[in-house]
Design a binder for this molecule. Structure first.
Ligand code: ATP
Ligand code: MG
Length: 334
């Protein structure tokens, strides 16, 4: 029997006039990793907060590890870990002290808390920094410690809200490897991300959300098929040539490009990257249009949104991040 570790049905959450979630369904099969992918303000954190019992939905229901988040929040909390969007480790303690403290909050005897801390420090490659205070840690180390803290009590289901936002590519790769290992050990993970690449790399199943609604769902391959596979991007040397270049790109790909005037650039989806690239390159050369860059790449989130919604990511939402209150992971540990 397949069972979902997380199941949400028709989640609605309003904040005054704002509809943070407008009826969202999500499932995460046990032992898998699922991503909620969306831009700022899409409703990702709101969904995570509901499923981790930090806030109640206005409508709809959710179960985690078989328990209803509304009627059995304590049962849910005993089985989950949450790494919130903002780091929650204490900067004046060392990495080891943080983990031991979390163990004790979970009622582990001190010895066991110490053993568990040592185990996690090793697993997250933090042994060298274990006895330094966290305020000297890099962003990537802090994030790893944060996730290690979430794992102290061996949660069945792990919620990660934008685990790699702000990390450099190397720190991001390290964290991805850690998450792979966790899933291999049987943990179920629901993560949120703004990066298609991350969802692609990690998740078996991806829910694309925008303005509080799921606008697409599938594995990375099927989503990319929906958005037309690769993208052809160009940057013109002379801004005066951008319009002509856009016309050539439209003809070569058969799709309307996403144009960034300030960046002198345009990108368009294509199912046949090499051929379209060759066509575009030939016509640009014929027209005497110089380019600083021309190439095929995987779609970015912005390009996915253009294809799925017909609109770029809503810039009004870009700066919503700072407006809501941070969640302490300790709130979950009651
Ligand atoms: N506590 C709150 N009070 C008022 N509005 C809120 C609150 N929490 C969220 N919102 C609003 O609900 C919408 C969804 O927010 P949410 O934080 O879930 O988005 P998100 O996808 O996590 O975005 P980000 O990528 O910026 O973290 C936004 O318009 C946001 O401003
Ligand atoms: Mg968020």
């Amino acid at each position: 029997m397949t069972q979902n570790a997380v199941e949400a049905r028709g989640l609605v959450k309003r904040y005054g006039e704002t509809v943070a979630l407008g009826g969202v369904d999500v499932e995460v099969p046990t032992g898998t990793i699922t991503a909620i992918l969306g831009p700022n303000g899409a409703g990702k954190t709101t969904a995570v907060r509901i499923l981790t019992t930090l806030t109640e939905p206005d409508e709809g229901s959710g179960t985690v590890a078989g328990f209803d988040v509304r009627t059995h929040p304590h049962e849910v909390r005993r089985r989950i870990g949450l790494t919130a969007q903002d780091a929650t480790v204490d900067p004046i303690l060392t990495g080891r002290e943080n983990l031991v403290m979390i163990g004790e909050l979970h009622q582990l005897p001190r010895r066991e808390a110490k053993t568990r801390a040592a185990e996690l420090l090793r697993q997250f490659s933090l042994e060298d920094a274990a006895d330094r205070t966290v305020d000297g840690y890099s962003g990537g180390m802090r994030r790893r410690l944060d996730i290690a803290g979430t794992l102290v009590a061996h949660p069945q289901v792990l919620f990660l809200d934008e685990p790699t936002t702000g990390l450099d590519p190397r720190a991001r790769n390290d964290l991805w490897a850690v998450l792979d290992r966790l899933v291999a050990q049987g943990t179920t993970i629901l993560l949120t991300t703004q990066y298609l690449e991350e969802a692609d790399r990690l998740a078996d199943d991806i829910f694309v959300v925008d303005h509080g609604a799921v606008i697409a769902r599938g594995d990375a391959r099927s989503l990319k098929r929906q958005v037309g596979g690769d993208q052809i991007g160009l940057v013109v040397s002379d801004p005066a040539h951008l319009d002509a270049a856009v016309a050539i790109l439209t003809e070569a790909t058969g799709a309307p490009p996403l144009v960034d005037t300030a960046g002198r650039s345009a990108t368009a989806p294509t199912n046949d990257g090499t051929r379209a690239l060759a066509t575009a390159a030939g016509r640009l050369a014929d027209a005497g249009i110089g380019v600083d860059d021309l190439g095929v790449h995987q779609p970015t989130l912005d390009e996915v949104f253009l294809t799925l919604t017909g609109m770029p990511i809503d810039p009004d939402h870009e700066n919503d991040t700072e407006t809501h209150t941070a969640v302490s992971a300790q709130e979950v540990l009651s």
